[in-house]
Design a protein around this ligand. Structure first.
Ligand SMILES: CC(C)=CCC/C(C)=C/COP(=O)(O)O
Length: 293
């Protein structure tokens, strides 16, 4: 007795698994090498109809369409249909990564909404909103750019100028990278956000990543590495960065993942700045030009 799992005449496994004694591989009732499932569905019909129906069913079947059984229902003279691309199969078999990302996104939206307690004056923590907006200005690009330029103009030592020149480079790099990613990702800000921010660029209608979070991570790492500060002040710098990040979600400006990625990006940006550190040796033009002003 033939086993359903055995291959016959080089056909796919299961192709000869009919209980009917009249069925042989390649015969109409067998469906020309079709699957066992098609065969058992059609075994009571006339042989000619069986072949037609088997072809129809096989071509309509989503399983067949996905290319899992390329030889199903193909007649002896018919070439097997080409297997469909791998990505087509992913609709039916969502990857672990896809499920994980969707779940993360759902948790992100839920948590961000829960934490958006200062999103409006009437929100549960609405009275803290002015304080959060003050924090927002402390991490805004304009005060940091103007402050750095002012200190550069007042600096009278080469070492000080070198550090400030690199801080300026870091701030500009940050603005550029954040604008680029925001423009590419185009993730909308949370629905509960009120767009009442102090001076924004056009890409700032998008939320991923948080520019305040990147700046907070970048600047605090920069300060910790290039300023000699007492421990309490170093702790304060780290706290400022963390609270600034949290305030973005509390104000309803961002989702949690915007801020988390912002911290990561800002941290990495500092590594880039450190790697490309500008000095009078590798960028003499910059320093000479600045000196002439
Ligand atoms: C106009 C300049 C020089 C910078 C814009 C700074 C800004 C408004 C960033 C947006 O931050 P979030 O992405 O955290 O909302």
């Amino acid at each position: 007795m033939p086993s359903p799992r055995r291959s016959v005449e080089g056909r796919p496994l299961g192709a000869s698994a009919s209980s009917s004694s009249s069925s042989s591989p390649g015969s109409p009732a067998h469906g020309g090498g079709g699957r066992f499932e098609f065969q058992s569905l059609l075994s009571s019909r006339a042989p000619g109809a069986d072949l037609t129906c088997a072809r129809l069913r096989a071509s309509e079947s989503p399983v067949h369409r996905r290319g899992s059984f390329p030889l199903a229902a193909a007649g002896p003279s018919q070439a097997p249909p080409p297997p469909l691309p791998e990505e087509d199969r992913m609709d039916l078999n969502p990857s672990f990564l896809g499920i994980a990302l969707r779940s993360l996104l759902a948790i992100d939206l839920w948590l961000s909404k829960k934490l958006g307690v200062c999103a409006g004056e009437s929100s549960s923590w609405g009275s803290v909103r002015p304080l959060m907006k003050l924090l927002e200005i402390s991490g805004h690009g304009i005060p940091w750019l103007l402050g750095t330029l002012y200190c550069l103009s007042r600096s009278d030592s080469w070492a000080g100028r070198e550090v400030l020149m690199n801080l300026l480079f870091a701030l500009l790099l940050d603005l550029l990278l954040v604008a680029l990613i925001k423009g590419l990702v185009r993730r909308r800000r949370p629905a509960h956000n009120q767009m009442d921010m102090f001076v924004t660029l056009s890409v700032d209608k998008y939320s991923f990543p948080s520019g305040h979070a990147t700046r907070a991570a970048l600047v605090s790492r920069f300060i910790l590495n290039h300023l000699v500060l007492a421990i309490p002040l170093r702790v304060l710098v780290v706290l400022w960065a963390l609270v600034l990040g949290l305030s973005r979600v509390m104000l309803g400006r961002h989702n949690v993942t915007d801020v988390a990625f912002g911290f990561f990006l800002g941290y990495m940006q500092y590594s880039i700045v450190d790697y490309c550190w500008l000095s009078p040796h590798n960028a003499p033009v910059l320093f000479v030009l600045w000196n002439q002003q």
